[in-house]
Design a protein around this ligand. Structure first.
Ligand SMILES: Cc1cc2nc3c(=O)[nH]c(=O)nc-3n(C[C@H](O)[C@H](O)[C@H](O)COP(=O)(O)OP(=O)(O)OC[C@H]3O[C@@H](n4cnc5c(N)ncnc54)[C@H](O)[C@@H]3O)c2cc1C
Ligand code: FES
Length: 345
């Protein structure tokens, strides 16, 4: 199907297969439409249909509450039934030459490991290689589960053929139930990516602040790995705050401690326990990490007070934790350009 897109600055043309989400079709043709979640909740991919017919894959998507009329749709949920003319109110540019244009891949689960009672790590082998930036995510779909979900890459490598993820079990969730009850090594996944703008490049030349809730630590691990690889923390500070409920919900502590040892004194990691005081054994078992009792955005806010000069913040995790962290950073007068986030909605 041929799609004609009128944006505020110019028109674009791209092709979409009959079963391909319009957002994904545009992005894979290097048309850089705005999006956040890629999965029907945030409303950022809102567009107006001027001509043609679509099929809506999820008419109950929560993001539809942001639509302003019956001719508006979510591009991440809809497919084209005919050729279309659509309109978005934002500026839309073509991706820069050399950017990693998102593409469709087939993936196969090659390893699965329980990290806690409700978090697994999994490795997914791709049928091709993917270039992505530290902090990016992909959209994932499994047979029998309607819709795509975002998962952030934990590993960082160029031309990756294997992606590593950490996924938290959401009680009753579609993909969670598939992953925790039915999936096994060899299970197949449809993957679309890479996506996301909460990315880190060593040329940033700023101190880094990471605030993660639960599985939100995933993309932070890629950012830290990228920075550590380039000895970034010999010059710039890195402060990581990882919020979990209790010690039994914490994971990657060994990996984070290894980063502290490798990166030196400009790099610190604090584990914030929201639902229990810090057990005495925590500091003894993990001497390179700091521990505190409280909500992660409060702990980060208190420890970072007066230390926001030349800082870029990366936030990820459940939407309430990310929203609270954004408020904390805005109160500290960090500019919106220096607050990059992924809400795991
Ligand atoms: C940018 C981003 C990165 C993320 N990274 C991670 C990560 O690294 N690790 C992690 O554990 N979680 C991550 N998440 C959250 C993850 O995508 C899922 O929301 C979460 O795992 C729960 O999925 P579920 O299928 O179990 O729950 P569900 O409640 O079934 O679904 C959760 C989401 O899937 C979509 N969805 C649900 N039903 C449909 C449908 N019928 N059709 C289309 N879409 C549907 C919606 O967006 C919904 O909010 C991320 C989310 C985003 C947006
Ligand atoms: S990108 Fe489509 S609703 Fe979020």
């Amino acid at each position: 199907m041929k799609i004609h897109l009128n944006a505020r600055n110019r028109a674009h043309r791209f092709e979409a297969d009959a079963d391909e989400k319009l957002l994904y079709a545009a992005l894979s043709d290097a048309v850089d439409l705005p999006y956040e979640c890629g999965s029907g909740t945030c409303g950022t991919c809102r567009a107006r249909i001027l001509e043609g017919e679509i099929d809506d894959g999820w008419p109950d998507a929560p993001g539809r509450k942001f639509l302003k009329g019956p001719d508006e749709i979510l591009l991440c949920q809809c497919t084209a039934r005919t050729d279309l003319v659509i309109e978005v109110s934002s500026f839309v540019h073509t991706m820069e030459a050399g950017a990693s244009t998102p593409q469709h891949f087939k993936g196969r689960v090659s390893a699965m490991r329980r990290l806690t009672h409700d978090v697994v790590s999994l490795d997914v082998q791709l049928d091709g290689s993917m270039d992505y930036d530290a902090g990016q995510f992909v959209m994932v779909r499994a047979a029998g589960v309607p819709g795509y979900r975002g998962w952030s890459m934990v590993n960082y490598e160029r031309s990756a053929r294997k992606l590593q993820f950490v996924v938290k079990n959401k009680a009753g969730g579609g993909l969670s139930t598939w992953l925790f009850e039915r999936a096994a090594e060899g299970a197949e996944l449809d993957i679309f990516g890479p996506l996301g703008r909460a990315t880190f490049f060593p040329a940033l030349a700023k101190n880094i602040l990471c605030i993660a809730g639960g599985s939100g630590i995933a993309g932070m691990m890629a950012i830290i790995a990228r920075a550590a690889h380039d000895a970034y923390f010999t010059q710039y500070r890195g402060d990581v705050f990882f919020g979990v409920r209790t010690m039994k919900d914490a994971f990657f502590l060994g990996e984070l401690a290894d980063f502290v040892e490798r990166c030196g004194e400009k790099f610190s990691v604090t584990i914030a326990l929201s639902d229990e005081p810090v057990p005495q054994a925590a500091a003894r078992d993990h001497p390179r990490l700091h521990f505190a009792h409280g909500l992660v955005h409060e702990i980060a806010g208190a420890r970072m007070s007066g230390r926001y000069q030349n800082v870029r913040a990366y936030l990820a995790g459940p939407p309430p934790a990310v929203d609270a962290s954004i408020r904390t950073l805005l109160q500290a007068r960090l500019s919106t350009d220096n607050i990059r986030y992924d809400k795991f909605s």
